[in-house]
Design a protein around this ligand. Structure first.
Ligand code: HEC
Ligand code: HEC
Ligand code: HEC
Ligand code: HEC
Ligand code: HEC
Ligand code: HEC
Ligand code: HEC
Length: 313
C-alpha cells in the first residue's frame, strides 16, 4: 500500500515535468525550423530559435513558457495564459522596451529579483521607468539575445571582459544620444586613448573596463553621491587596483581630455624618433662609404707605392 502511494506521488510529481518538457519540445520544433523575420506593430521579430544554442545557454533546461508565460502551445491562439502578479507589475513598467512579449522581458524578475531591482533603480532603468524612454539599457541590451545567454566568463557573452567595452559602446559611441542626455560625447574615445584603454586593447587582464569603475547593474550618474566615480568615492574605486590611491592620485581620470601638451609631446616624440633613426642610418651609410673609400684608396696607394718601389729597385 505504502509503495503504491509513493509511486502515485512520484507520478503526480513527474507529470508536470513531463508536460513542461513537451511544451518546450513543441515550441522549439516549430521555431527551430523557422527562418526569417516578421513585422509586428512596426518592429522586426526574429522567428528562429536555434535549438542547439538554446540548450547550451544558462536557461536551456527551461520550457519556453517559463518566460513566455502567456503563450500556449497553439500559436494560432492569442497569448492569454496566467501571469505571475509581480511579473505583470514589472512588465507594465518596461513595456516600452518590448518588441513582441513584454511579459517575457519582465519574467527575469521571477528568478533574478535583486538584479532586476538594481537595474530598475540605475540611471539606465530610471530612463525607462521615469522618463518613459526606450534609450536606457535593460537586460537584453547588455546580455544579448534572451535565448542564448551564457555566463560572463564565456567568450561569446557580450558582457565578457573582452566584449563589454564594445557593448557599452553600442550606445555610448552614439553622439546624438550623448547630446540628448547632456553626457560627455567622447567617453569611448577617451577611454581607448587612456593608459587603461591601451593596456586593455593589448590584452592586459587587470586593466579596467567600463564596469571596473562604474559597476554594471547599479550604474549611476557621475553626479549621484552613491556613484563609485563621485568625489571621494573614487579613492575606493581606484584603490581596488592602485594601493595607496589618494585624493591627488584619483584626479587623474580616464575620460579627461589629455589636453594639447601631452598631444604635442607625443607628436614631438614621434618626429624626434624618426629623425634619430634617419640620422643613425645616414651615419652608418657614410661610415661604410668612408671605410670602403679608405680601404680602396689605401690599397691603391699602397699598390702604387709598391709599384714605384719596384721601379726604383
Ligand atoms: C506550429 C508552430 C508553432 C508552435 C508550436 C509555436 N509557435 Fe510561436 N510562432 C509561430 C509562428 C508561425 C509565428 C509568427 C506568428 C505571426 O505571424 O504572428 C510565431 C510567433 C511567435 C512569437 C512572436 C510574437 C508573436 O506574438 O507573434 C513568440 C514570442 C512565439 N511565437 C513564442 C512561442 C512559444 C513560447 C511557443 C510554445 C509555447 C510557440 N511559439 C509555439 C509558430 C509556432
Ligand atoms: C529566459 C527567458 C526566455 C526563455 C526561456 C525563452 N524566451 Fe523567447 N524571448 C524572451 C524575451 C525577453 C524576448 C524578447 C521579447 C520582446 O522584446 O518583446 C523573447 C522573444 C522571443 C521571440 C520573438 C523574437 C524577437 O525578435 O523578439 C520568439 C519567436 C521567442 N522568444 C521564442 C521562444 C522559444 C521558442 C523559446 C523556447 C525554446 C523561448 N522563446 C524561450 C525570453 C525568453
Ligand atoms: C548595462 C549593462 C547590463 C544590464 C542593463 C544588465 N546586465 Fe546583467 N550583467 C552585466 C555585466 C557586465 C555582468 C557580469 C560582469 C562580470 O562578472 O564580469 C552581468 C552579470 C549578470 C548576472 C550574473 C550575476 C552577477 O550579478 O554578476 C546576472 C544573473 C545578470 N547579469 C542578470 C541581468 C538581468 C536579469 C538584467 C535585467 C534586469 C541585467 N542583468 C541587466 C551587465 C548588464
Ligand atoms: C525560471 C527562472 C529564470 C528566469 C525566468 C530567468 N533566469 Fe536567468 N538564470 C536562471 C538560472 C537557474 C541561472 C543559472 C544560475 C547559475 O548557473 O549560477 C541563470 C543564469 C543567468 C545569467 C548568467 C549568470 C552568471 O552566472 O553569469 C544571466 C545573465 C541571466 N540568467 C539573465 C537572465 C535574463 C536577462 C532573464 C530574462 C530574459 C532571465 N535570466 C530569466 C534562472 C532564470
Ligand atoms: C578608471 C576608471 C574608469 C573607467 C575604466 C571608465 N570610466 Fe567612465 N568615468 C570615470 C570617472 C571618474 C567619471 C567622472 C568624470 C568626471 O569626474 O568628470 C566617469 C564618467 C563617465 C560618464 C559620464 C560623462 C559625463 O561627463 O557626463 C560616462 C557616460 C562614462 N563614464 C562611461 C564610461 C564608459 C562607457 C566606459 C568604458 C568605455 C568608461 N566610462 C570607463 C571613470 C572611469
Ligand atoms: C541601450 C543603450 C545603453 C547601453 C547598452 C549602455 N548605456 Fe549607459 N546610458 C544610456 C543612456 C540613454 C543614458 C542616459 C540616461 C539618462 O540620463 O536618462 C546612460 C547613462 C550612463 C551613465 C551616466 C552618465 C552620467 O550622467 O553621468 C553611465 C556612467 C553609463 N551610462 C555607463 C554605461 C556602461 C558602463 C555601460 C556598459 C556596461 C552602459 N552604460 C551601457 C544608454 C546605454
Ligand atoms: C581594475 C583595476 C584598475 C582600476 C579600477 C583602476 N586602474 Fe589605473 N591602472 C590599472 C592598470 C593595470 C594599470 C597599468 C599599470 C602598469 O602596467 O604599470 C593602470 C595605470 C594607471 C595609471 C598610469 C600608471 C601609473 O601607475 O601611474 C594611472 C595614472 C591610473 N591607472 C589611474 C587610475 C585612476 C585615477 C583610477 C580610478 C578612477 C584607476 N586608475 C582605476 C588598473 C586599474
Amino acid at each position: 500500500m505504502k509503495k503504491l502511494l509513493a509511486l502515485t506521488c512520484l507520478l503526480v510529481l513527474l507529470i508536470p515535468i513531463w508536460a513542461e518538457g513537451e511544451n518546450k519540445a513543441s515550441c522549439i520544433v516549430c521555431h527551430n525550423s523557422m527562418a526569417g523575420t516578421i513585422e509586428l506593430n512596426g518592429k522586426v521579430i526574429e522567428l528562429n530559435v536555434d535549438a542547439k544554442r538554446y540548450e547550451a545557454s544558462v536557461h536551456g533546461a527551461f520550457p519556453c513558457t517559463e518566460c513566455h508565460e502567456r503563450f500556449s502551445e497553439n500559436p494560432h491562439v492569442k497569448p492569454s495564459g496566467e501571469v505571475l502578479e509581480e511579473v505583470k507589475v514589472v512588465s507594465e513598467k518596461v513595456a516600452i522596451k518590448a518588441k513582441a512579449d513584454p511579459v517575457a522581458v519582465a519574467a527575469c524578475y521571477k528568478c533574478h529579483p535583486q538584479v532586476y531591482d538594481l537595474v530598475l533603480n540605475s540611471v539606465h532603468g530610471k530612463n525607462i521607468t521615469e522618463k518613459g524612454s526606450a534609450d536606457g539599457a535593460l537586460c537584453l541590451d547588455c546580455h544579448g539575445s534572451p535565448h542564448y545567454i551564457t555566463t560572463a566568463k564565456d567568450e561569446s557573452s557580450p558582457v565578457n571582459q573582452w566584449h563589454v567595452v564594445e557593448t557599452c559602446g553600442n550606445c555610448h559611441e552614439n553622439k546624438e544620444l550623448a547630446k540628448k542626455y547632456g553626457i560627455e560625447a567622447k567617453v569611448m574615445e577617451s577611454y581607448r586613448e587612456s593608459f587603461h584603454g591601451k593596456k586593455h586593447i593589448l590584452g592586459h587582464k587587470r586593466a579596467p573596463t567600463c564596469v571596473s569603475c562604474h559597476g554594471y547593474h547599479a550604474i549611476k550618474s557621475k553626479d549621484d553621491p552613491v556613484s563609485p566615480v563621485f568625489g571621494t568615492n573614487k579613492i575606493k574605486t581606484c584603490g581596488g587596483c592602485h594601493k595607496g590611491a589618494n585624493k591627488k592620485f584619483v584626479a587623474a581620470i580616464t575620460h579627461q581630455d589629455a589636453g594639447p601638451i601631452p598631444h604635442y609631446a607625443e607628436k614631438g616624440l614621434i618626429i624626434l624618433t624618426i629623425f634619430t633613426i634617419a640620422f643613425t642610418v645616414l651615419h652608418v651609410i657614410l661610415e661604410a662609404y668612408a671605410d670602403i673609400r679608405d680601404t680602396f684608396f689605401r690599397r691603391r696607394k699602397e699598390e702604387e707605392h709598391a709599384e714605384s718601389e719596384e721601379y726604383t729597385c
